[in-house]
Design a protein around this ligand. Sequence first.
Ligand code: ADP
Ligand code: MG
Length: 672
Amino acid sequence: MAGRLQPNPGLSVTAYNDPVTQTAPQTPPVAPAAPRSPILELPDELISQIAAGEVVERPASVVRELVDNALDAGARQVTLRLLAGGVRLISVEDDGCGILRSELPTALKRHATSKIASLSDLESVHTMGFRGEALAAICSIAEMSVLTRVEDSQESHGWLLDGRSGELQPTARNRGTTVEVRELFFATPARRKFLKTDATELAHCIEAVRRHALARPDVGFAIWHEGKLVAQWRAVASDHADPLRQRLADVLGEDFVAQAVAVDWPLEVPDDGNGHRLRVRGFAGIPDAARSRNDWQFAYVNGRYVRDKVITHAARSAYEDVLHGHRQPVYALFVSLDPTRVDVNVHPTKIEVRFRDSREVHQAVRRAVESALAVPRSAGKAEPASAPETEAAPAWPPASHQTGLAFAPRAPEIGHRVSDLEALWGGASSAAPTSPARTDAWASPRPLPSEAGQPSAPPHHAVRAEPAEAPPHPLPQGEWPLGRAIAQLQGVYILAENAQGLVVVDMHAAHERIVYERLKQQMDEEQLASQPLLIPATFAATPEEVATAEDSAVVLAMLGLEVVPFSPKTLAVRAVPTTLSQGNPVELARSVLAELSQHDASTVVQRARNELLATMACHGAVRANRRLTLEEMNALLRQMETTERSDQCNHGRPTWRQVSMKELDALFLRGR
Ligand code: ADP
Ligand code: MG
């Protein structure tokens, strides 16, 4: 800072600070002096109208505030009635605690609230409101009335308060409150002009209620417009097995939950010895369910709907490896944390929050979503076709993306021989003998960490050498989720039969993901295992390739590659990653060098690690047009069932599809 203020010897100080005067060094233009006005305190009404400008943008803003209040009052049922998209009337009726007659006039005053009384309350608000300005602000720009009754008051009736006149009169009413807002913006016609059509305003109002509804399955909501019921979500019974799932299905549709995985990430964050809980729950859509717009991303902090960059970014980055391009994931995520660790008072409508430690929130959200998505769906589909709906919730502790899957695979046995897997590697060398030295990571999947108390994964060599021509018996329950391979189609797809019907697998895409995940796992552990080539593979290299190879020797070693200059124009590949040992070493080296040359060698492993590994995986994956035996195909299916993220290829496309018997029957107009 100090440096900027130093007078520059070549320029006058003003010219240095002001580029405009620098190019036009005449005297700077002087603003015409405004006539001095006296300083006055603003009248209350005007202050409220100014506040209303921040709080109330459109009818939906009023809806949000009034529903906030109803929920704070402990309502079980909230009913909204609208006329003309909410511009002519917004009425929100609840069955909450009501307002005492004596406090009723105060409720409409500015900065009047029952929710906080001190600064320390402010730091730990559990309610939706606390600023005490919503009713006052709305009252200043619309005609408002409040009809309310407190149950245990001696009076047998409720009270109606006219916001404009302040007049109070007794009226019949059950426990609860109805706030009516008519002719929004009647006093500020300029703002009224900004409103869109009734249909648009109605849509915004419904959206506002929908956001509340997602967070409160225990509360029923109904929305009436012009006398017609336009949306209704009944309260989910408290003994329901999964109220959140039910509410999401009601509000966002059964498809949303059918295409989503449950997220549940309890995390103990050590914090100055005491530790506090940070929890992320909800549902995250599978990559297939992604949309072109980001309109199905619901994030909540301590029950409050928020638009928060930290959460949005964390969620998006959890999809990084499975969703490419501009597709937008769908999710409803509920973050709960100690209220003292989040400031909800940074925005007048409380739609933004500030975290004390945004990194911890980012990490938790990212890990929560990532680990929920990592579990391959095929791993949870071993049930017979008759009970397909509920996705298995990830086990707790959640499968760490570093240690592989935290559940034992359900496939009872792995029916392949090691040599079948080996054969997948080489182009033509399918007759490779099985030597112990060659049981590399692909051939022998790392034993899955079996949780204490759970049956451990069967040893991978418990071979049931199934004859490839096994007759297609109906599959017993608990069979392999991705079924039994029955054929290969045009050298591209594997067809398999499972309990639901037909499984179609994109063989290259699936294998690429398996190799990629394996490379990532090895890299997490330290570096890729390397295998020297008996005969180094040499190739004519460009000067850039030679230079990159020399500069990046350390990085190459981490990647399990040894590429050394052989002559000024030739490079020799002397070792390749064991996992990729059957691929073409020259192609592999070339593409890795090309990638490395685009990055700064010293940081590439941190910053572009996954891209690099993806490139390498592509070279290691089985190519299209390779004929596979049934045993090889089965081996690939079994690998998919136990590989994280195997439902998507490295480019975010699906690797397999289920075609159910029902769909097949429909194709053939066959009734069952
Ligand atoms: P805030 O919600 O921030 O407290 P408001 O202006 O929205 O401010 O409401 C002022 C007060 O009026 C609330 O604190 C609450 O005590 C009371 N109130 C408003 N709406 C309701 C309602 N639907 N049921 C019961 N009390 C209400
Ligand atoms: Mg409020």
